[in-house]
Design a protein around this ligand. Sequence first.
Ligand code: HEC
Ligand SMILES: [Cu+2]
Length: 358
Amino acid sequence: MRVVDAMQKADWPAIIGRAAGVALLLAGVLLAAGLCAATPQDSSVTSIFDSHSTPADSIRHLSFFVLGVTGLIFLVVFSLLSYVVVKFRSRAADTEREPAQVYGSTQIELAWTVIPILIVVVLFLATARVIHAIQDAPKPAEAVEVTAIGHQFWWEFLYPGLGIVTANELHVPVSDPSRPTPTFLRLLSADTDHSFWIPQLAGKTDLIPNRVNETWLDPHETGLFLGQCAQYCGTQHAKMLLRVYVDSPEEFKAWVSAQQHPANQDAKEAAGRRVFERTACLNCHAINGTNGTGRFGPDLTHLMSRRTIASGAAENNSQNLRLWIQNPDSIKPGSLMPAMKLSDAELDALVGYLESLQ
Ligand code: HEC
Ligand SMILES: [Cu+2]
């Protein structure tokens, strides 16, 4: 069969059916993207299109600009393509002769070289501007300073100016645009590469051993914002979650003064404290006022001020604390805390003590 015949016998209903399928798929993808963009705050789905902080706002604007430009290119190219495919399809009346072949056109070649270069330059400049604005932002005197250290598989947060050490749940003050109080973070790593990412507050920044990276948050709204380690760092990378509580100025002050308090030394919990001090816990965990000064695991001085344990993997309650201490793998397989194999009496006393660490 000659090629021309084959084309004339094209199965139009099937082609239209397939085109409709592709269009439906595209619509589905767009709908899904739209739903992600409309996620409410505090939900477990986070989106860069729902930004609540200065650097995240700039990234969102840039994304819309890039999507707009590339969307326009898509529309122009696809419309031209569809027009040509339909208009110049083979017809029954066509002769078998090839149409006139045109070789080379300086004007057209110049146009399709220069226009794309201009588009790429515009996208490059727009991106470079946002990178510069975020990377080189001046640090105001009111800024809160935090050092974040990535560990397999949890986050350590130090507030050097305030003398606070905590883990996994970061508290920062809301920032009033007329009197900004942004939070500047120095990012370090204790072991391997991690990446700090809270989509609604700032772009991703890696934490790399033997290197100091920086990022900052400038949230305009109070609430809880979720994030995630965004660089594969080992077995439990997926359960290395981040929780950022953006507090009102009063809430933040109250949180700071509670964190600066020494650990509870209630005599009622002496038995539990003894278990902590006589077990390997103290090699890996610090509780101020005890002889535990380990830093391999999270600081437990104010453990109960956190809503979750194990970097957001489980709610912080007595049942999960018991489960965690007896067998961390039941919550987070592959975590770097060993199962502690305590007797029931020791576990009761220990969990009672941990729960007094408000
Ligand atoms: C070999 C070091 C090591 C020992 C020993 C150890 N832990 Fe841990 N612990 C860790 C690490 C590492 C984590 C963080 C795990 C993660 O989130 O991936 C952790 C997490 C925890 C947490 C959750 C803290 C939080 O805020 O997420 C608690 C509570 C805890 N350990 C209690 C204990 C107690 C009590 C003991 C002693 C009975 C103990 N640990 C012994 C290393 C250790
Ligand atoms: Cu990580």
